[in-house]
Ligand binder design. Structure first.
Ligand code: NAP
Length: 583
């Protein structure tokens, strides 16, 4: 390309012109990436009524987040003429009227609802932000019939604050719970999502040491993500409630499932009426890599399948900061990988989050009773994964969510610049230690042996980052003062010497406990450590019941979980067509 030579004496003019052009192009520049803009445009086609976003900032306070919030909301307004953004300074009339104190704060349609983001909608919270715009635009909370009924009984005000962090995959679910409630009862419910990392002072007031952390009427209601109906019932009663199994209902066939929607939370009430039994070919328990892959393979084989996930999609992988050994991806966040797998799975199979299977009965068909309804299938795959193993030492329970954490991705931000110990010597422990170190925490690893179990590659990274390891040592007690951790008592297993170490956080990554209780109850053979025994086809000892993923033990890698998911689904397909147990 040949450029024209500048004309004589035209230097100043050109400089002026280029400054103007630069300003114009900066003004037109997008903050949201092209891919996201395209996806959002699609989603915003569903917008019904106008939504007003009021962004409040105070110069000099959280400035980078102020900029992000303003640019993000202005971009959304450019993507849809149904979204209007107004930018205010804290101190102006509107901020006084709506009682805005923290910078940045974003209000949604404030004349109608009392819903706000205190902090920028960055990280995972971007999802709940978009979901809220859609919800407000439709004036429909999307709550289940049971939740709506429970909320109709509310006759007192509720002020809900959900504390979140940017990388916590559980947080958007709890924020949506609170915002749905505020849309359903705008007369009585105020709901706020508080980005803890930008508002540490506020987080300290409520002893937030882990997220999501929900405060109602200035009292902590829950720590962690709750199923919607439990959240609502607790919000109304302010009392702790347990899940109860639904009773088997009348035997009625359901005519196929509707196409899955793509909401953050699945709304199933309208798809399968409450009083019916859903008939499927294959019931898959668990929405981790094994369950989702089983869903893809089963549905592609022609089996009408359903994936039931008691919490959120992704299993433990969604909480893994970085995955570096899943073929095809050199380096990918666990959550991102699971989002990709889930998006693919949703093209084939219906996935119900928040639906907990409480009981299984094996008869002519296999029945799974959930907290919502009954599913009846020809076969069942158990891909329920595993939960965090606990240390079972004094103080662990007491300080859980107040400095004791099993999820570095969710809670790491609270420990920037602080001393933390990390217990464990496996891949998870090393991945978490590197993540915390990267966030700026001062990490010390405590391991019970003199050798790490983790892969060499991770061990080398620990050495390179000079993260200290205290060898041959176990934690015997976690102690603190005024609800906060101050230290741990440790014992050297060789010398038997006892020491007190000062620390503000204890991260525990000592392996997994398989979620195999239901399997045990119906007589499935469990092996060492309660892992489900399976054959090469992922068949259990009970015909028509299969197991896949972490719940079967073994090397417990993502790649083996997806492999077992596929194997289990293909075995189910072949056995339904050709029942080996009848031969
Ligand atoms: P893991 O491999 O079972 O390691 C658990 C670690 O905790 C071991 O070092 C163990 O010590 C220690 N430990 C167990 N119980 C303990 C106790 N009561 N007190 C103190 N220490 C205790 O578990 P994981 O690291 O969570 O990994 C689980 C599975 O996921 C593995 O198969 C792993 O390979 C996989 N994973 C892979 C990646 C990756 O490849 N990037 C990342 C995360 C997880 P000992 O060594 O003495 O037994």
């Amino acid at each position: 390309m040949v450029l024209d030579k500048p004309k004589k004496n035209s230097g100043k003019k050109i400089a002026k012109k280029s400054t103007r052009a630069k300003k114009r192009s900066e003004k037109n520049a997008w903050f949201i990436s092209l891919d996201s803009r395209n996806a959002l445009k699609e989603r915003f086609k569903d917008l019904k009524d106008q939504v007003q976003l009021d962004v409040f900032t105070r110069k000099g306070e959280n400035d980078p987040y102020n900029t992000v919030s303003v640019q993000f909301c202005l971009d959304l307004s450019r993507l849809s003429n149904k979204i209007r953004t107004k930018v205010h300074s804290i101190g102006d009339e509107s901020s006084k009227r709506y009682d805005v104190e923290y910078s940045p704060t974003i209000l949604f349609e404030p004349e109608k609802y009392n819903i706000r983001f205190t902090g920028a909608p960055i990280g995972e919270e971007g999802r709940s932000f978009i979901e809220t715009i859609l919800m407000v635009s439709s004036s429909e909370s999307g709550l289940s019939k049971r939740s709506k009924k429970a909320l109709a009984a509310l006759d007192e005000k509720r002020d809900v604050m959900v504390f979140v962090s940017p990388d916590c995959p559980y947080c958007p679910g709890q924020v949506i719970n609170a915002f749905r409630a505020a849309v359903e009862r705008p007369d009585l419910i105020r709901a706020e999502c508080v980005e803890s990392t930008e508002n540490m002072d506020l987080a300290k007031v409520y002893d937030v040491g882990g997220v999501p952390h929900t405060v109602v009427n200035h009292t902590t209601l829950s720590r962690g993500l709750q199923p919607e109906e439990i959240f609502i019932r607790e919000l109304v009663t302010m009392e702790h409630l347990e899940l109860e199994p639904t009773q088997p209902a009348e035997d009625l066939d359901i005519e196929g499932f509707e196409e899955p929607d793509r909401d953050v939370r699945r709304r199933v009430e309208d798809q399968i009426p409450d009083d019916k039994v859903a008939e499927v070919d294959l019931i898959i328990l668990g929405g981790g890599p094994a369950g989702l892959t089983a869903g893809i393979y089963a549905q592609r084989s022609g089996l009408k399948s359903i994936v039931l996930e008691k919490s959120i999609i992704g299993g433990l992988v969604a909480l893994t900061p970085v995955v570096e050994n899943y073929p095809g991806f050199t380096n990918i966040a666990g959550k991102k990988l699971m989002d990709l797998i889930a998006t693919q799975a949703r093209n084939y199979v219906q996935i119900h989050e928040d639906e907990d299977v409480i009981e299984i009965k094996v008869g002519k068909k296999i029945e799974a009773y959930t907290n919502r309804r009954t599913y009846r299938g020809l076969a069942l795959i158990i891909a329920t994964g595993a939960g965090y193993k606990k240390l079972n030492v004094p103080g662990e329970e007491k300080y859980s969510g107040r400095g004791v954490s099993y999820c570095a991705t969710c809670d790491g931000y609270f420990f920037k610049g602080k001393n933390v110990v990390l217990v464990g010597g496996g891949n998870s422990a090393m991945t978490d230690a590197l993540y915390l170190n990267n966030l700026g925490a001062d990490v010390t690893i405590i391991h019970r042996r003199d050798k790490l179990r983790a892969q060499k590659y991770l061990q080398d990274s620990i050495e390179r980052e000079k993260i200290p390891v205290i060898w041959n040592t176990v934690v015997e007690e976690i102690f603190g003062k005024d609800k906060l951790i101050t230290g741990v008592r440790v014992r050297d297993v060789k010398t038997k010497k006892i020491k007190h170490l000062k620390t503000e956080g204890v991260f525990i990554a000592i392996g997994e406990d398989p979620n195999s209780k239901l399997a045990g109850e119906i007589g499935i053979t469990l092996g060492d450590g309660r892992f489900i025994n399976v054959d090469r086809g992922c068949r259990t000892n009970i015909p028509r019941i299969y197991a896949a993923g972490d719940v079967t033990g073994g090397v417990r890698q993502i790649v083996t979980a997806v492999s077992e998911g596929a194997t289990a689904a293909l075995s189910a397909f072949s056995d339904i067509a050709n029942p080996y147990w009848l031969k």
